[in-house]
Design a protein around this ligand. Sequence first.
Ligand SMILES: [Zn+2]
Length: 240
Amino acid sequence: MLAELIRKSKHAIVFTGAGMSTESGLPDFRSANSGLWGQENPSEVASTEALNKNVEQFFRFYRHRVLGVQDCMPHAGHFILAEWERKGLIQGIITQNVDGFHTEAGTINSMELHGTIQRVHCQTCGKVFGSNRYTEEQFYCPCGGTLRPSVVLFGEMLPEDTFSKAIEETEKCELFIVLGSSLTVSPANQFPLLAKEQGAKLVIVNREPTIMDGYADLVIHEKNIGEVLSETNQKLRNGL
Ligand SMILES: [Zn+2]
């Protein structure tokens, strides 16, 4: 059924959340018991407040995060989505993930709502560096400013240009596919509803039920994202 919906729609947008990344082996950053950073609460150590008041802890936390992402890589599902974009089957991906895996897998129109951990930039002069600066424990810019990951920290707004582009794409779409998001983080959870209001079909693939399941045209809980995308890709290739 997913293959058929994809084939029929002229503008399809995919929305990915933590579930997409956990299939690459990355822990879910926002879940309380991820074991990612001992007993620390991410909303405290990954915040603008920590950056300003507890910068050493902030550096340690994000260095750990960068190393974690470097240990993982995009999985088959990321590559299938990139292939679908090349073939014109989907028009873009809105993601809540900061690992940069959609871009790494070859997706061009990847709208990273929360930024990317693949880069850091200077708080003072804005100069951009690769996140290997963090792994090499170089936390300061030659200008003396603090380097910070180019991600949205707790306490910050989402990047306005990316957000409005994501809204625009959602308003245009005929098919909106959610992959691995519980749709609880605002304002990201507005996208499926917006798509639905514009008359799009809504598909949700997530291990747990979501608050939007009732609005969806197709809901899949019992399979991994990678499995669903591989099976669908097979059907699309066979022209079914
Ligand atoms: Zn600088």
